[in-house]
Design a protein around this ligand. Structure first.
Ligand SMILES: Cc1cc2nc3c(=O)[nH]c(=O)nc-3n(C[C@H](O)[C@H](O)[C@H](O)COP(=O)(O)O)c2cc1C
Length: 317
């Protein structure tokens, strides 16, 4: 049972340095990246006496899950392993964990669904400048059995990643086009900076699926999401890859929980790398927790089996 630090070290030893940096890095001075981890460590638990063996099963927006730990959406997984998101989906499926598949996946959303047909899965949406292209992808996700949409709201423009600039790293096109028929840098395939809360009802109407908003760090935004028809929010700062200096997710979670928990699903991600961190997030009121980079390291080191082992380890209560 390797720790996440051990998995990261092993992945770092096998991946090309610029690929490791692309996954590991954050925006600008990487202050928020570091703050995410530090903030979980500051949360102290108050365990109950005689708590017994607590069952981990949960239900999220009507989906039955073995435990409240899932895979955060991460694009470009072909850089990590030849089976890319297919291996991640299989590993998550084995662990009974939710997977959130990115718009920017290396493999198509249909292939991913077919690789793990019984695994619980949601689809992450970037609203692209070409709305017809966006609508096509969303309709495909609904047809392929994805149970909810995750609308990312913290990426109006891309964060500045200094490691990638120094390495001269550009994402190879063959790992960026699982779902899109047009080049990543073409105008229509770029994320639209002009989206708003109205995109929530647009996506809901297109797909008939519940919509969660990812990238919420404030109670007032969480309320606006619900008022606009969202079924849930994901407290996230994109793993410190977007606005550097943004609040750590463990610090933002309590105000979001106080505002909307009970009325909507509240998930959190960012810097979660142990079963204790998962318990901290649940203790602060999250319904479930997503993990990003730890899954990337597991995938790079050991494919589907390592992903399954990691998710099962994180879920131990
Ligand atoms: C390489 C990489 C690619 C990502 N791609 C996406 C994406 O396509 N869509 C999205 O909403 N978030 C994306 N994220 C952000 C993750 O979903 C998640 O918010 C973040 O990684 C969580 O933090 P953690 O890695 O510390 O667990 C990406 C993160 C990484 C590291």
């Amino acid at each position: 049972m390797p720790t996440v630090d051990e998995l990261e070290a092993a992945a770092r030893a096998t991946l090309p340095a610029e690929v490791y940096d692309f996954f590991a890095g954050g925006a600008d001075g990487e202050v928020t990246l570091a703050a995410n981890k530090a903030a979980w460590e500051r949360v102290r638990l108050r365990p109950r006496a005689f708590a017994g063996d607590v069952p981990t099963g949960t239900e999220l927006l009507g989906l039955r899950l073995s435990h409240p730990v899932g895979v955060a959406p991460m694009g470009y997984q072909g850089l990590l392993h030849p089976e890319a998101e297919l291996a991640t989906a299989c590993g998550a499926g084995t662990a009974g964990a939710l997977s959130v598949v990115s718009t920017r996946s290396s493999r198509s959303l249909e292939e991913i669904a077919a690789a793990a047909p019984n695994a619980p899965r949601w689809f992450q949406v970037y609203v692209l400048r070409d709305r017809r292209l966006t609508a096509e992808v969303v309709e495909r996700a609904a047809a392929a059995g994805y149970c909810a949409l995750v609308l990312t709201g913290d990426t109006p423009v891309l964060g500045r990643k200094l490691r990638d600039a120094r390495n001269g790293f550009v994402i190879p096109e063959e790992h960026a086009r699982g779902n899109l028929s047009v080049p990543r840098h073409s105008d229509g395939a770029m994320q639209d900076p002009a989206i708003s809360f109205e995109s929530i009802s647009w996506l809901r109407g297109l797909s008939g699926l519940p919509v969660l908003v990812k990238g919420v760090l404030r109670a007032d935004d969480a309320r606006l999401c619900l008022d606009a028809g969202a079924a849930g929010v994901i407290v996230s700062n994109h793993g410190g890859r977007q606005l550097d200096g943004a609040i750590a997710t463990a610090e933002a979670l309590p105000e979001v929980v106080a505002e909307v928990a009970g009325a909507a699903a509240v998930l959190v991600d960012g810097g979660v790398d142990s079963a204790t961190d998962v318990q901290r997030a649940l203790a602060l009121g999250a319904d479930a927790v997503l993990v990003g980079r730890p899954v990337a390291w597991a995938l790079a080191v050991g494919g589907a089996d390592a992903v399954a082992e990691l998710l099962s380890d994180l879920a131990v209560a």
